[in-house]
Design a protein around this ligand. Structure first.
Ligand SMILES: *Cc1c(COP(=O)(O)O)cnc(C)c1O
Length: 332
C-alpha cells in the first residue's frame, strides 16, 4: 500500500464493485470479461479522478491553499470531479477550459456550474497553458492557489491508482472472483491511472498485463505520451523510494484506436457504447471508455487473448458527457 505518511482525504466510496459481463462475453464468444466500476466512485457521478483527488487535495490542504486551479476540455470529467470535491471542502475552484463558452452548458460543463466553479475559457490553449497567469492574478489578490495538474496526473495523483490495484488484489481473494486477471484494459490519457496500475501490480507482485488504450495522442519520441508515462512512473516510484527499474518498452499502450482524434466519436465508440448499454445496461462515455471498450472488443475479435483468459475492463467513468454528444449518438 501507499504508506499512510502520504496523506489522503476521503472523497469517494471504495471499494468499487467488480462483476462479470456475462452477456457481452457470450456475444463476443471469447474470454470472460469482468468490469471494475470506477464509474461508481460516488463523487458527483463518479470516475477515476476521485482516486487521484484524494491525494492531490490532501496535499493542497497541507499547503493551506484556499483555492484550486485545474484545466481540461469543456467536457472534462476531471474538472467536474475537482469542482465537486472543492465544494465538499469549501475550497474555491477555478477551471481553465479549452474552447469558448457555448450557448447552452450541457453535460459536465453544466455540472461544473452547479458546483459553483469559476470558469476561464482558454480558446486554443487546451492543456492548461493559461494556468500561470491565473495563478499570478490570484496571488496578487492575496490568495494561496494550488494547481492540480492536467488530468490530475503527477506522482501524487498516481498514488490513488496504486491503492486501486491493492483494492483489486483484495477483491480477487473472494472465491467468486478469478484469483487474478490475465489482462487489465482501460483508457489511458494523462497517465496517472496507467502509472498507478503498473506500480501497484509491481508492489503486489501480480502478473496481470496492464494494457492502456491510448485516447488522444500518439506522437512518438522523447516528448510522446509513452515517454511521459515512463517519466511519471519513474517520478512516482521515486516518491515512494521504490526501486523499480522501468523499461519504456514494457509499457503496453495501444495506439491504434485513436481514430479521428480526441473526443471524435466514430463507429468503434458507437458500437461499444451500444453493446454495453443493450447487453449489460452499463453506460460508457463517448471520449474514453467507449474508445477503450471498442479497442478491447477489437482485440477479442482479432484473438489477441486466449479463450480461457479472464479480462478486467476498468471503467473509468465519464457518462455525464454522453448528453453533450446527443447529436452523434442518437438513433436515427
Ligand atoms: C481522465 C479519464 C481517463 C484517463 O485517465 P488518465 O489517468 O488521465 O490516463 C479515462 N477515462 C475517463 C472517463 C476519464 O475521465
Amino acid at each position: 500500500m501507499v504508506p499512510s505518511t502520504l496523506k489522503k482525504i476521503h472523497l469517494g466510496v471504495f471499494p468499487t464493485p467488480i462483476h462479470k459481463l456475462s452477456r457481452l462475453s457470450a456475444y463476443l464468444g471469447g474470454p470472460q470479461i469482468y468490469i471494475k466500476r470506477d464509474d461508481l466512485t460516488g463523487l458527483a457521478l463518479g470516475g477515476n479522478k476521485t482516486r487521484k483527488l484524494e491525494y492531490l487535495l490532501a496535499d493542497a490542504l497541507g499547503n493551506d491553499s484556499d483555492c484550486i486551479i485545474t484545466a481540461g476540455a469543456a467536457q472534462s470529467n476531471h474538472c467536474r470531479q475537482t469542482a465537486a470535491a472543492c465544494a465538499t471542502l469549501g475550497l474555491e475552484c477555478h477551471l481553465v477550459l479549452g474552447g469558448q463558452a457555448p450557448n447552452v452548458a450541457n453535460g459536465n460543463l453544466l455540472l461544473d456550474q452547479l458546483f459553483g466553479a469559476h470558469i476561464h475559457w482558454s480558446g486554443e490553449n487546451r492543456k492548461g497553458e493559461d494556468i500561470p497567469n491565473i495563478v499570478a492574478t490570484l496571488r496578487e489578490q492575496g490568495r494561496n492557489p494550488y494547481v492540480v495538474p492536467y488530468g490530475g496526473s503527477n506522482a501524487i495523483g498516481a498514488l490513488g491508482f496504486i491503492n486501486a490495484f491493492y483494492e483489486l488484489n483484495t477483491q480477487c481473494k473472494d472465491t467468486a472472483m478469478p484469483s487474478e486477471f490475465s489482462d487489465i484494459v482501460f483508457a489511458s490519457s494523462s497517465g496517472a491511472t496507467h502509472c498507478g496500475l503498473v506500480l501497484g501490480k509491481e508492489m503486489c507482485s501480480a502478473s496481470s498485463r496492464i494494457i492502456g488504450i491510448n485516447i488522444d495522442k500518439n506522437e512518438q519520441g522523447k516528448d510522446g505520451y509513452k515517454s511521459q508515462l515512463h517519466t511519471l512512473i519513474k517520478d512516482t516510484a521515486d516518491t515512494l523510494s521504490l526501486d523499480y527499474p522501468t523499461d519504456i518498452d514494457e509499457i503496453q499502450l495501444k495506439d491504434e484506436y485513436i481514430g479521428a482524434g480526441y473526443g471524435v466519436v466514430g463507429e468503434l465508440e458507437r458500437e461499444a457504447i451500444a453493446l454495453c448499454a443493450q447487453l449489460e445496461g452499463i453506460l460508457l462515455d463517448p471520449v474514453y471508455t467507449g474508445r477503450a471498450m471498442g479497442g478491447l472488443i477489437d482485440m477479442i475479435r482479432k484473438e489477441h487473448f486466449c479463450a480461457e483468459s479472464n479480462i478486467l475492463f476498468w471503467h473509468t467513468g465519464g457518462a455525464p458527457a454522453l448528453f453533450s454528444y446527443a447529436e452523434v449518438l442518437q438513433s436515427r
